[in-house]
Ligand binder design. Structure first.
Ligand SMILES: Nc1ncnc2c1ncn2[C@@H]1O[C@H](COP(=O)(O)OP(=O)(O)OP(=O)(O)O)[C@@H](O)[C@H]1O
Ligand SMILES: [Mg+2]
Length: 325
């Protein structure tokens, strides 16, 4: 299946872009989301990278905490998820006594864990926001601009981590509930509040399991690997693929970005071109069951709607429209 066919797949709901630092994940995610939106799909482009640059790519502030419309594009919305903000939100909500307000999926239902500082808690909370978008999914397509490999791998592992963390917590609460329930009963008091927070935890566990199913369904989810044709990128792609396989995230497409053009009478250019050609041949050979799309090195950075539109068209159709089109 070409990248174009993947983009046009009706069932596709989640398109993730990932790879090593600086290879063009944000640019390609932004370009793909723009193409999808301009071809009739209500699209959300979501950055899970704490060092955001999605807003830069669209030359628009996307850090407000809510998805906002990309100016000048009808069906496109963008959001950079800020783990620190998600954490602050959580702490504030956890202090509120009324658990009813906290919505089914929020882990904020854990009133007695307001001081949670477990390592990775901020990432986990940011991921809970991502889960929210996966579960509610008001959009036809959600495009993820992910962080460089290491961080993304941790994020992909979070559903399992949270699952077991919450699994243990639920068991613990059940046991404690039994003890406290008996004490309360002895004093003639009910334990409805306790039941409610248990319910919240069960719901969160269900949400996590549902998200796992969504993210591992090849009809609905694809992880597109972005890489540049250089030795280090090849090595890192191996690690990323291994992790995707482990977490059962379907992946079938690779974008080789910043491919050097053919330039006559330039020794430097020829040397770079030859070096890249060597790795491109290697990539084609190793990943022969992947669809590989080559993206040339542009003369300018990829930023703003006109350039993103050109890149989007290249990804979706395989041809780069001339400048100014
Ligand atoms: N094909 C290309 N030609 C020229 N410049 C490009 C190309 N693709 C990306 N760039 C530029 O390279 C820089 C890095 O791209 P981008 O931010 O998309 O990478 P990234 O993988 O998201 O980086 P990070 O790991 O920091 O998030 C940006 O300045 C972008 O405009
Ligand atoms: Mg980026």
């Amino acid at each position: 299946m070409t990248l174009a066919e993947l983009f046009e797949k009706d069932t596709l709901r989640f398109l993730l872009f990932g790879g090593k630092g600086g290879v063009g994940k944000t640019s390609n995610a932004a370009a793909a989301s723009l193409w999808a939106a301009e071809h009739g799909r209500e699209t959300l482009v979501l950055s899970t990278d704490p060092a955001h640059s999605l807003g830069d790519s669209f030359a628009q502030n996307l850090s407000g905490g809510e998805a906002v419309q990309i100016k000048g594009v009808k069906n496109l919305y963008g959001l950079e998820i800020d783990p620190r903000k998600a954490y602050a939100e959580y702490q504030q909500m956890a202090q509120q006594p009324d658990m009813e307000e906290m919505g089914g999926m929020d882990m904020m239902g854990l009133g007695d864990l307001s001081d949670i500082t477990a390592p990775g808690a901020d990432e986990a909370l940011a991921f809970s926001k991502v889960l929210e978008y996966i579960q509610e999914c008001e959009y036809d397509l959600v495009v993820f601009d992910t962080a460089p490999t290491g961080h993304t791998l941790r994020l992909l592992g979070l559903p399992e981590m949270l699952d077991s963390f919450f699994g243990k917590l639920i068991k613990f609460r059940l046991r404690m509930g039994n003890i406290f329930g008996r004490i309360k009963a002895a004093f003639g008091r009910g334990d409805s509040e306790q039941d409610n927070s248990l319910e919240q935890m069960e719901k969160l566990k269900e949400t996590i399991s549902a998200a796992r199913i969504e993210l591992s369904d090849p009809e609905r989810t694809r992880f597109v690997i972005v890489m540049i044709p250089e030795a280090m990128a090849v090595a890192e792609t191996e690690r990323l693929l291994q992790a995707l396989y482990e977490f059962q995230i379907p992946s079938s497409h690779i974008i080789t970005n910043m491919v050097f053009p053919e330039v006559l009478d330039c020794k430097f250019c020829k040397a770079r071109k030859d070096m890249q050609e060597k790795y491109l041949a290697q990539i084609r050979d190793i990943y022969d069951d992947f669809t590989i799309t080559e993206v040339p090195l542009f003369t300018h950075e990829v930023r703003g709607l006109p350039t993103l539109r050109r890149l989007g068209k290249l990804l979706a159709t395989g041809t780069l429209p001339p400048l100014g089109e």
